[in-house]
Design a protein around this ligand. Structure first.
Ligand code: SF4
Ligand code: SF4
Length: 432
């Protein structure tokens, strides 16, 4: 498999504090890449060392597969698919996570694409601390985007219980064995009985501070980092260590909240790569990224742009849009808006939940989408979407498509929205 720095130098932490190979590796059959120790216990930041974390069963399995010269490991199918979609082009706007991380993390050791097979023991273990970490500081978020769920947003509990959770699916959301355990309190409100506020423990902060001397890259993502006090403390700990100018921060944020308190801290860092999730524009944005206001987002983008003009280390790296059933026909409109506003766009392909994924659509609907995007080949999204659909032509999940209707109709009821009116082309396709 192609060399990936994440496998050798990085550790991911779930909202529960569990260790994971990587935040992209999401196959339920592989426990969403959550790491287990030799005793079969889930590894967690409060119970295991960081060095144990980057030697989890998942890290070691992929390393050994690298060393044996195997094709892509099953844990890495997301990068494999992305690189197929971009023909492996390392200059492409829509890089795989592997290519992105390889480009920004030099590594605090001598492991490299040409010597990695010498750097590992027979069990796939390495002896260094990670130089890159990716952190989900819990699931507190101020949005409840339609394709999200309780594992990333605590706003989702009621509706998840209402539309998905009845029966065996109530506790099906999350990473590895430690799912979100939706439970009713004495007032009838849903809460997560499995929540662990690991970031409130000095055990975590001591481990984080011990990593700082060799840390190069921190990736922060949802819950929404900008609304979290633990995010502010993380920036302050790095600044206090004197290493901010050596560390790159990378974000996936909804950018609903941004202020000089955060922006001023960012000016001290080596680099900020800010990815802003938009999915779509205007009324479609407000339907899909529920809780968001389009005009607020545009104002906040302009505020970051004004800082970026003064501090080139602060970058709006990408606006991101997920290709899913709700954006089936709006990706070109989104790209056009980004082009008009001189903002770079990248796209992601939703494969879970399956009821939101275009992979679940029947062949004739995929063919309609292929014809729709093939008519406008000048847009970057068109070629990628056509390739993605062509690679998934033979999959059809009729139950998931039915579930999409049930799900969106339920959200219309609770949110007073009208998805079919806001997304008329999607609705027409689904009726065909
Ligand atoms: S190849 Fe991709 S999925 Fe696999 S560990 Fe690297 S970044 Fe994660
Ligand atoms: S902003 Fe991110 S974490 Fe919050 S609901 Fe949307 S997708 Fe989920």
């Amino acid at each position: 498999m192609a060399f990936c720095r994440t496998v050798w130098n990085s550790l991911s932490i779930t909202p529960r504090g569990d260790f994971r190979l990587c935040s992209l590796s999401n196959d339920p059959a592989q426990n969403e890449s959550v790491g287990f120790d030799a005793n079969g216990q889930v590894m967690n930041i409060l119970t295991h060392t960081v060095e144990q974390g980057i030697n989890s069963d998942k890290h070691r399995a992929v390393r050994l597969s690298d060393v044996h010269g195997d094709e892509w490991h099953a844990l890495c199918s997301c990068c494999e698919q992305r690189e197929q979609a971009i023909d492996g082009d390392p200059e492409h706007f829509n890089l795989s996570r592997r290519l992105y991380v390889n480009g920004i993390v030099a590594g605090n050791d001598t492991v490299s694409p040409i010597n990695f097979y010498n750097k590992v023991d027979k069990q796939g273990q390495v002896s260094w601390a990670p130089s890159s970490i990716d952190i989900h500081f819990g699931n507190v978020c101020n949005f409840k985007c339609v394709q999200c769920g309780p594992q990333y947003s605590n706003q989702w509990y009621d509706e998840w219980a209402g539309v998905i959770g009845l029966g065996p699916n109530l506790h099906s959301n999350g990473f590895g064995p430690n799912k979100v355990m939706l439970t009713k309190d004495q007032h009838g409100r849903w809460y997560d009985a499995n929540e662990i506020k690991w970031w409130e423990s000095e055990i975590w902060w001591d481990k984080f501070k011990a990593m700082l001397p060799t840390l190069e890259h921190v990736y922060l993502t949802g819950g929404e980092p900008m609304v979290l006090k633990q995010h502010d403390r993380l920036l302050d700990e790095i600044i206090a260590s004197g290493r901010a100018d050596k560390i790159r921060l990378e974000y996936d944020s909804n950018l609903s909240v941004i202020n000089p308190r955060i922006l001023d801290r960012w000016t001290k860092f080596k680099n900020i790569d800010l990815r802003i999730s938009i999915d779509a524009i205007k009324d479609k944005y407000e339907l899909i990224r529920y809780g968001g206001k389009w005009n607020t987002l545009v104002d906040n983008i302009n505020l970051v742009k004004s800082y970026a003009e003064q501090y080139p280390s602060i970058k709006i790296f990408r606006l991101t849009s997920c290709f899913q059933i709700t954006t089936s026909h709006s990706m070109i409109e989104t790209e056009r808006w980004c082009l008009e506003n001189n903002l770079p766009l990248s796209i992601r392909f939703v494969d879970t939940p399956k009821w939101h994924s275009t992979i679940s659509l029947p062949r004739h609907m995929k063919q309609q989408l292929i014809e729709f995007y093939s008519r406008q080949p000048e847009y970057m999204v068109s070629d990628m979407i056509v390739k993605f659909l062509q690679a998934n032509m033979d999959t059809h999940e009729p139950d998931e498509v039915r579930r999409f209707f049930k799900f969106m109709n339920y959200l219309d009821y609770t949110r007073k929205t009208d998805w079919a009116k806001t997304l008329p082309e999607t609705a027409a396709m689904l009726r065909s």
